[in-house]
Design a protein around this ligand. Sequence first.
Ligand SMILES: *Cc1c(COP(=O)(O)O)cnc(C)c1O
Length: 469
Amino acid sequence: MNNKLYGHLIFELSQPGRRGYSLPKNRFGNYTVPRELCREEDARLPECDEMTVVRHYTNLSGNNFGVDNGFYPLGSCTMKYNPKIDEEMAALPQFASLHPLQPAETVKGAEAVCTLLCRSLCALTGLHAFTLKPFAGAHGELTGLMVIRKYHESRGDSARRLVIVPDSAHGTNPASAAVCGLDIIEVKSLADGTVDVEALKDLLAQHGAEVAAMMMTNPNTLGLFERQIPEIEQLVHAAGGLMYYDGANLNPMLGAARPGDMGFDVMHINLHKTFSTPHGGGGPGAGPVGVRKGLEPFFPGVSPYHGNFAVAIRAYAYILSLGREHIKEVGPLATLNANYIKESLKDVYELPIDGLCKHEFVFDGLKDKSTGVTTMDVAKRLLDYGYHAPTIYFPLLFHESLMIEPTENESKETIDGFISIMRRIAEEAKSDPELVKSAPHTTPIGRVDDVLAAKHPVTTYKQMVNDAD
Ligand SMILES: *Cc1c(COP(=O)(O)O)cnc(C)c1O
């Protein structure tokens, strides 16, 4: 990486008059562009030769970290197995070159993918109908809550404006309820990390007639299975509310248990989490919403066309390539991998809630707090060893959350490698805490000042090119 091109912007590599292309001779004559459409001065585009451009972008791409570079144990966001065959299917020109306004009779194949995917999602979740329109998990939550609101309104029950959300919920749950114009009440968790059913009973006794829905994630954001679902479902339904399932954590349930069988009425699935699609940097995603029989007339029109179709193709390819039998292995393997890491590290990292987890779990920083080494420091030091950091400082239930999700597809050697590096960092925290606190040391950019970056972000590049050029 100590190439002299490295570390520059393409603009800084520009040389006046340098060209990296040659166009064929103009065979079409000249057109005069109307003056009012012309720039007053030339655009300051970089002028570079071909190899400079190729090397510049190839070197830059080497700074990316993705699932194809190394282990990526990012909890909650589930950056998981993205089989290459799914990418191939999404890139088939027969799909990729479709236009959303093509006549319906020319897109029968694409329609079949959507129909068959919905049918598979129904089979996997135990719900009756799905819409593929929402573009992300949060968009699915909003769509699902709109279904619930319409359902209550259709019965003349417009007093139901409250959504119960556990304090362990992902931040999008209360946010979606608020965007839907509903009010949120929080239900506390017990010390074991699951919903406090007694507290829920109190809430329902007070507000039962106003409750539109309860939103739950199962396993919850701590990776814990909510064992009280049958009782919770009965309580909420008896009060007249509906049950909403946040399906972002569907992975460990695949083929093992179905939200529909647990009494949930409405749910979303994050296709980009559970059914492949690389989604770093905020996209793309898809958050199909499923409903119990009788609720499908309340689907709102939340987006034109069929949502993010290419994500749907990948999801369908993922489901087909595993098939009915092998999809059942996803959950148990993800669960095994998470528990193996948890048990191998809990003597050196603080495990606030012990016991069996599902596909992910949360440490509360290093066990030995005397070193002053924080979760942030551990995460940064992992970068030096070539690992992507786990999710940090989420969930908000602990001060030093370090949320680890290995996914189902990693080999034992990979997982053992991660465990040994996590143990080495715990050792370093004792023997040389400064080394960990000042990490990363081997990445192109060292430790950034988060506060400065948040308060004074520099989001534009100042043109260095001399005006006289
Ligand atoms: C990721 C996630 C969401 C939000 O999904 P997006 O696709 O990022 O909008 C909601 N709930 C949980 C539990 C999640 O992990």
